[in-house]
Design a protein around this ligand. Structure first.
Ligand SMILES: *Cc1c(COP(=O)(O)O)cnc(C)c1O
Length: 395
């Protein structure tokens, strides 16, 4: 394999980038993959370079060839100026927010936000003197009315990872730009393959790479990619917090990324097929899938996204815990557990009615979120039908 020339690299399609970027066999004795470099200390060849701090690598926490390979591949996918690797998706979220605020600031956060992000804002961030207000995820350009003189950040998440409202990112970014406000988005649902936030003018793209990039339910990792403007503060905040992820998990994420294009296409197509089928099943009140017209923000999804990934929710036309339990306990292929984006299907109950503050969430039934894995869709549908039958029997 010849060294990839810049002029060729620029023309490559995403699937090719996933394969060729973030590795360099010339530097690894011809081996295809870059190994996990373990190490705290990095030795300097002489006093001059030590005094000048002039090694390519200076100290384990500040990066090694394995972490640099992942950063390079991720920058290539996101079109970002720089990426930091965090020890979980949750720490990617908190690092991104902390990089852009100081005491006395105000931030705007979507009401559909991942619950631990909300807990961070109402907890630690409030203690540091940063105030959060929540906004309707469907607000679009109307967000301008919520901006205060001290608003520093608009935080988006689209689609919401339980309720799937799709946000009008370009409209929100246009308002933010006018007011000099930093924008960031939790892009875990789509990854840069299905939606590239920086192309839409967002400053910081956050990904719980625990999900699709690692893809095998065996790693916790967060990636934060930023443009030229936002990266310096992101990088120094990451350094100040002393964040580091061990090289084995970075290695596994690089390995997962090689097949992410394939997995996303397959899981996205399978999930849409199952979502369409479920729409006509007795006992399913609603299907919340952004590629279906019934989903709030569907038109925006069609406009801005390259396709759906494998996560969606259903609202079951039931009220009792007994019926929820009958449905879940009679699934054999769907595991019951948090996280998603892995190769295996999952089903978890959710309920946002108690903690939303900017909007009223009242779906009129019980919510179940489904992660569709790589199993055969006819097996998965048969499994869901067994769950629905048990649910009806318990009614
Ligand atoms: C899972 C998830 C996170 C947090 O990732 P962890 O690796 O579990 O900390 C953040 N945002 C969204 C949307 C998620 O689904």
């Amino acid at each position: 394999m010849r060294k990839l020339e810049n002029r060729i690299a620029q023309t490559l399609k995403t699937d090719t980038r996933l394969v060729v970027q973030g590795r360099n066999p010339d530097e690894t004795f011809g081996f295809v993959n870059i190994p996990p470099y373990r190490g705290s200390t990095v030795t300097y060849p002489d006093a001059q370079s030590c005094l000048a701090g002039k090694n390519r690598y200076t100290y384990g926490r500040r990066g090694n060839p394995t972490s640099e390979a992942l950063e390079n591949l991720w920058n290539d996918l996101e079109g970002s100026a720089g990426t930091v690797i965090c020890p979980s998706g949750a720490s990617a979220v908190t690092t991104a927010i902390l990089s852009a605020v100081k005491t006395g600031d105000h931030i705007l956060v979507t009401d559909s936000v991942y619950r631990p992000t909300r807990n961070f804002c109402t907890g630690l961030l409030a203690r540091l003197g940063v105030e959060t207000s929540y906004y309707d995820p469907l607000i679009g350009a109307g967000i301008e009315a919520l901006i205060r003189p001290n608003t520093r950040v608009i935080y988006m998440e689209s689609p919401g990872s339980q309720t799937f409202e799709v946000q009008d990112v370009p409209a929100i970014v246009a308002v933010a730009r006018k007011h000099g406000i930093t924008t960031m988005i939790d892009n875990t649902y789509a990854t840069a393959l299905l939606f590239r936030p920086l192309d839409f003018g967002v400053d910081i793209s956050i990904n719980a790479a625990t999900k699709y990039p690692s893809g095998h339910s065996d790693v916790l990792i967060g990636l934060v990619a930023a443009n030229e403007t936002a990266f310096p503060a992101l990088k120094s905040t990451h350094g100040d917090l002393g964040l580091y992820l061990g090289p084995d998990d970075v290695f596994l994420t690089l390995r997962g990324l090689r097949t992410m294009g394939l997995r996303l296409r397959e899981q996205g197509a399978n999930a849409l097929l199952i979502a369409r089928e479920l729409e006509s099943r007795k006992g399913v009140k609603r299907v919340l899938h952004p590629a279906l017209p019934s989903c709030p923000g569907h038109a925006i999804f069609q406009r801005d996204f390259k396709g759906p990934s494998g996560l969606f929710s259903i609202i079951l036309d039931i009220q009792s815990d007994e019926q929820v339990a009958a449905f879940l306990n009679n699934l054999s292929l769907f595991g019951m557990g948090y996280s998603w984006g892995g190769f295996e299907s999952l089903a978890v109950p959710f309920d946002c009615t108690s903690f939303r503050t900017a909007t009223v969430y009242n779906p009129g039934g019980r919510g179940i979120r489904l992660n569709i894995g790589l199993e055969d869709t006819s097996d998965l549908l048969a499994d869901l039908d067994r769950g629905l039958a048990a649910m009806h029997a318990a009614g």
